[in-house]
Design a protein around this ligand. Structure first.
Ligand code: PHE
Length: 336
């Protein structure tokens, strides 16, 4: 009987190794170990054995059953692995996956947010106004007479009803003064429009940030301190400034601000902003419209400033062409 068991074991192991799939393996298991299976039948014959033979043969039988079970499990695992390998056949798992890209804020928006944060820390509030403006808010209230070149048909976009696309966000400051009394401390970021030929440094629509501070005893020193603090936050502590006398209808005196900083390549002066002390004529124009004298020029002074965020972003990130900001090219935008 022992020899019979050995023969069966050898044969069983060979057959297990030859099984080509799970169903063949299962059929073999039933044939060997199932009710009435070959190995089971041998176990049943234990009853016929003598007392002396029983333990020895029993041991051999148990070992055989264990090794057949183990061989089946191993074969099953090998078959499953082979099946998985086949499932991936022809699939190059080293290929890069399908791109998943997450959107981000536009570089101009990012810069605007940063600028707003800095001015907020100095107590400036955010002000807003319409892009389509009246001539009065954009020009007359800002001491810009009808024959001023900025009001030329060729320089500004006029609507059939006489309104226009604002040429600067200074109109927001007028709107604020119409409804507030000093102290007024606001920043006015937003789109501005000019009838410029579009090229590497000009767009017909660009983004401005202007500011206004009106109170008792506001001085040119406050203006300088505010702008220098702001630009140092953006460009670093080493930034140097030059306030060059200039002319704007709505400020007197007026200046253009030049800046030099290592972060901007150092070396050369870059013109970056316009600014000045609010011309009393602006207060008077708004008083007339308000019908009171809330902006008494004898009592209040103020400063105003303005700069282009597109130009600032170009300088900060060495962008060679302003049109890149509006082209919507992912290769450009994803760098920010
Ligand atoms: N409004 C000016 C412009 O658009 C900028 C400016 C604002 C200048 C405030 C002086 C004071 O160019």
């Amino acid at each position: 009987m022992e020899a019979q068991i050995q023969t069966l074991a050898t044969q069983a192991l060979a057959e297990i190794a030859a099984c080509a799939d799970e169903s063949q393996l299962e059929a073999l298991r039933v044939r060997l170990l199932g009710k009435g299976g070959e190995l089971t039948a041998l176990s049943d014959r234990m009853r016929e054995l003598s007392k002396e033979d029983k333990p020895r043969i029993g041991k051999v039988l148990n070992e055989t059953r264990a090794s057949v079970n183990a061989a089946m499990e191993a074969r099953n695992a090998a078959l499953t692995a082979a099946q998985e390998t086949r499932a991936f056949e022809g699939v190059d798992v080293s290929l890069p996956s399908i791109g998943f890209s997450q959107g981000a804020l536009h570089p101009i928006t990012q810069l605007m947010d940063r600028a707003v944060q800095i001015f907020r820390r100095m107590g400036f509030a955010l002000a807003d106004g319409p892009d389509i403006e009246t001539e009065w808010h954009c020009f007359d209230a800002l001491n810009t007479p009808a024959d001023h070149p900025a009001r030329n048909e060729a320089d500004t976009f006029y609507m059939p009803d006489g309104r226009l696309l604002r040429t600067h966000t200074s109109s927001i400051q007028i709107r604020t003064l119409e409804h507030m009394a000093p102290p007024v401390r606001i920043i006015a970021p937003g789109a501005a429009y000019r009838r410029d030929e579009v090229d590497a440094t000009h767009l017909a629509q660009f983004t401005q940030m202007e500011g206004l501070y009106v109170d008792e005893d506001v001085t040119l020193g406050d203006l300088r301190g505010t702008l220098e603090f702001f630009f140092r936050e953006l460009f670093g502590e080493d930034a140097e400034f030059r306030f060059r006398p200039h002319f704007f209808p709505f400020t007197e005196p007026s200046f253009e601000v030049d800046i030099k900083a290592a972060a901007l390549g150092g070396g050369r002066w870059l013109e970056i902003a316009g600014c000045g002390m609010v011309d009393p004529a602006v207060f008077e124009a708004v008083n007339l419209r308000r019908g009171d004298s809330a902006l008494d020029p004898e009592r209040y002074t103020g400063f105003a400033f303005g700069f282009g965020l597109d130009r600032l972003a170009m300088i900060m990130s060495q962008v060679p062409d302003i049109r890149l900001f509006t082209d919507g090219d992912q290769r450009f935008l994803s760098q920010f």
